[in-house]
Design a binder for this molecule. Structure first.
Ligand SMILES: [Zn+2]
Length: 271
């Protein structure tokens, strides 16, 4: 289907303005794989199903809200343009990269399209692409994990360094701040993982977290003090439902079933 035909189908869905949603894809019948947003009078659509070509942007007429938000954005971060390097190859092209995502419970998030993971042949890293906070069809940066012991640093940030890597589902009401991208992927079927990568909380992290009803802070065992500091920072930012989640190990070492028990299990006890 060409662009014009796709646009007609998308417009036929009659999605109200300023809405971002996930739904079943009318092109490939993928369950909940189509992301559509109608922010700023535009329509962006993108299907996360690997073999589906549904993707497009329709630029509507700009209103004042759009102008204000665009110019404000430009002031805040001047160099946001990120072009995915040619050295980023499909994950299947490297066995070490595949092994890494298996061992660290990212496989599920990758195969369901919740995370965009590639292999950087130039730096020998498994890379997690970062989607824009407002427009998930655009990549603003990436985080690469070294796959050998001589590559330094262990985690490398490409492109924009202010937008967090996050992984989850549109319908999630809960999010957890985690140490790294692999942990964010590991939890992503149950709640949305937001990786801070050893940095402090940034304005864009806090902005992004505002949409969640409940926020956990789940850093490494060694980072308990930092977890409480972050929780306090979020509370003073105005987010009230913030909890430090004590962990017996890094979240990336748990599979979905175990994560589910860890979170939903606790929920039920309290109720
Ligand atoms: Zn599709």
């Amino acid at each position: 289907m060409n662009y014009k035909q796709q646009l007609e189908v998308i417009q036929g869905l009659f999605i109200p303005p300023d809405t971002a949603m996930r739904l079943d894809c009318p092109f490939c019948n993928g369950k909940n794989t189509l992301s559509v947003d109608t922010m700023h009078n535009n329509i962006n659509w993108y299907c996360f199903h690997a073999s589906c070509s549904a993707k497009g942007k329709y630029r509507g007429e700009k209103n004042m809200d759009y102008v204000n938000s665009t110019f404000k954005k430009k002031e805040e971060n001047s160099d946001t343009e990120f072009i995915v390097p040619d050295s980023f190859k499909i994950l299947d092209s490297n066995d070490k990269a595949k092994k890494y995502i298996h061992k660290n419970n990212c496989w599920e998030a990758w195969s369901w399209g919740r995370a965009d993971i590639k292999y950087d042949v130039k730096q020998d890293r498994v890379v997690f692409l970062i989607r824009d906070n407002e427009d998930p069809t655009t990549f603003v940066g990436a985080v690469g994990r070294a796959l050998n012991s001589i590559t330094y640093p262990k985690w490398y940030m490409y492109g924009n360094k202010d937008v967090p890597f996050k992984c989850g589902l549109e319908e999630h009401k809960e999010a957890i701040i985690v140490e790294d991208c692999a942990s964010a992927c590991a939890v992503s079927n149950i709640l949305t993982g937001v990786a801070i990568l050893g940095t402090s909380l940034k304005e864009s992290h806090k902005q992004y977290l505002k949409q969640y009803d409940k926020i956990y802070v789940g850093l490494d065992r060694d980072a308990t003090k930092k977890s409480y500091d972050i929780a306090n920072e979020l509370k003073s930012y105005g987010l009230q439902n913030v909890h430090v989640k004590p962990l017996s190990d890094d979240l990336k070492y748990f599979n979905t079933k175990e994560i589910k028990e860890m979170f939903n299990g606790g929920e039920n006890e309290k109720r």
